[in-house]
Ligand binder design. Structure first.
Ligand code: SAM
Ligand code: SF4
Length: 465
């Protein structure tokens, strides 16, 4: 019998990937995804612990869902199974069970392959099922094949967890130890995605460039080698990877940015701060100059490469001088875009115990200054493309009539009036207009043939600065 499933996803792309895989695990039990929680037979909140007041947001959402759950039961329409998944579940599972009796299942990011057993238990039991272990076996060995095509642009998790223990971050505690999926499993999943119509794959991992696996004849592969293997898949036009740690950018991966044309010239490479004192207090294991050197090496092999980053302002003990070093680093590097965060203490992390917390108004002022600088860099980057053409992969229908939405090699959103038959194709688009977060353009030729030569025709970033 068909049952309905609503999943609400917060946070990173890994959570988006996990939500899709949860739907795959539940499909054989008869659950089909719906767009609204009202009346659903199962609602899963797939949570993120990075943002401030993450747990409070989950509890207030659970309050709203309790009403829907009661309404469904009162109307005699059966039971709504309510679940909390993801990193808040992992970190605060017991509190959720204690504070929210309407919740039937609480499980972390490493156990959702056991959803069928959890659903069976939850259906029989009256209390909540709590499953926040880090199992010895990997969930990837137990997940079913993807039930549905992920579309033109797909995520593929290759690595999970983190052993770096930055002092502000919960990921090592919520996602567990670093784990790499075997290369053969990844290549197989990529081939299936491409056979289902995917043309762009983003390899995902909390520390994706720490990925390593067994190659033939006892060799060890790094991410660069894996990318080369994926680039051999016929029909896979674009490859990306996120999120990387500066210390794990090895020579082979850097070289892949020069000689794998399918590897897009855009890299999310967080640095967090520009002051060595703060980087040391964050336990980042690199200095600001180490980061600059990695960027120089990348740009030496591929001058078209654009960078994105993550920054935290107001880390405990951050002085005006430290913050000035962050602004200096941003000015030196030049970003196509970046994510900025005010430091917020996460329970259980070493930095949360630091006495020298920065005042809220100081954090606000630093965030505003940093965002202003990054917005100016982003605007200059986007404006540099006006009047030039670029290969755009159309991935969905746009919001305006007759428009398609696509992605540039540099991850910019591009809108253009185009026939829906161009969905899934890479098409040359001349950029007419640059907005703060997107570009508008006109289709100028048919399908773009993605060759190294074609990529070289793309304007160099220096020329566009
Ligand atoms: N693994 C990646 C890395 O090393 O950069 C990303 C980890 S995290 C999922 C994404 C971003 O959230 C981090 O890069 C950091 O900028 C931000 N973040 C993590 N913990 C934070 C905290 N306690 N306060 C503010 N921002 C935080
Ligand atoms: Fe968190 Fe990234 Fe640091 Fe790992 S490397 S602890 S995921 S910020």
């Amino acid at each position: 019998m068909s049952k309905t499933l609503f999943i609400k996803t917060w946070g990173c792309q890994m959570n988006v990937y996990d939500s899709a895989r949860m739907a795959d695990v539940l499909a054989p039990l008869g659950y089909r995804p719906v767009e609204e929680p009202d009346g659903a037979d199962m609602v899963i909140l797939n949570t993120c612990h990075i943002r401030e007041k993450a747990a409070e947001k989950v509890f207030s959402e659970l309050g709203r869902l309790r009403i829907l759950k009661d309404e469904k039961a009162t109307a005699g329409k059966g039971r709504m199974i309510l679940a909390v998944a993801g990193c808040v579940a992992q970190a605060e599972g017991e509190e959720i069970v204690a504070r929210a009796p309407q919740v039937d299942m609480v499980f972390g990011p490493q156990t959702y392959h056991t959803l069928p057993e959890m659903v069976a238990k939850a259906t029989r039991a009256t209390g909540s099922v709590l499953n926040t272990d880090f199992p010895a076996e990997s969930k990837f060995d137990h997940l079913p094949e993807e039930a549905a095509s992920q579309g033109v642009s797909a995520f593929l998790a290759v690595q999970e967890g983190c052993d770096k223990f930055c002092t502000f971050c919960v990921v090592p505690y919520t996602r567990g130890a670093e784990f790499s999926r075997p290369a053969a499993q990844i290549v197989l999943e990529a081939k299936r995605l491409v056979a289902g119509g995917t043309r762009e794959i983003s390899l995902l991992g909390q520390n994706v460039n720490a990925w390593h696996g067994d190659g033939p004849n006892g060799s060890t592969w790094g991410l660069g080698r894996l990318i080369r293997a994926l680039a051999e898949i016929d029909g896979l036009a674009r490859i990306r990877y996120t999120t990387s740690h500066p210390s794990d950018m090895d020579d082979d991966l850097i070289r892949a940015h020069a000689d794998v044309p399918q590897l897009m010239p855009y890299l999310h490479l967080p640095v967090q701060a520009g002051s060595d004192r703060i980087l040391a207090a964050m336990n980042r294991k690199h200095t600001a100059d180490d980061y600059r050197r990695v960027v120089d090496r990348l740009r030496a092999v591929n001058p078209d490469l654009a960078l994105s980053g993550d920054f935290i302002v107001g880390f405990p003990g951050e002085s005006d001088t430290d913050f000035a070093a962050t602004l200096k680093l941003v000015s030196d590097v030049g970003y196509a875009q970046a994510y900025t965060f005010k430091y917020s203490p996460r329970p259980g992390t070493p930095a949360a115990l630091e006495g020298k917390q920065v005042a809220e108004e100081v954090k606000e002022a630093r965030l505003a200054a940093l965002q202003q600088l990054i917005a100016a860099q982003q605007a200059a980057f986007n404006h540099g493309f006006v009047g030039r053409s670029m290969p755009v992969l159309f991935d969905r229908v746009g919001r305006r009539d007759g428009q398609l939405h696509g992605r540039s090699p540099w991850m910019q959103s591009v809108h253009a009036v185009a026939d829906e038959r161009l969905l899934g194709r890479i098409v040359e688009v001349r950029i007419d207009e640059a907005r703060p977060n997107s570009l508008g353009g006109t289709v100028v030729t048919g399908e773009h043939i993605l060759t190294p030569h074609a990529l070289r025709r793309v304007p160099s970033l220096e020329a566009s600065a």
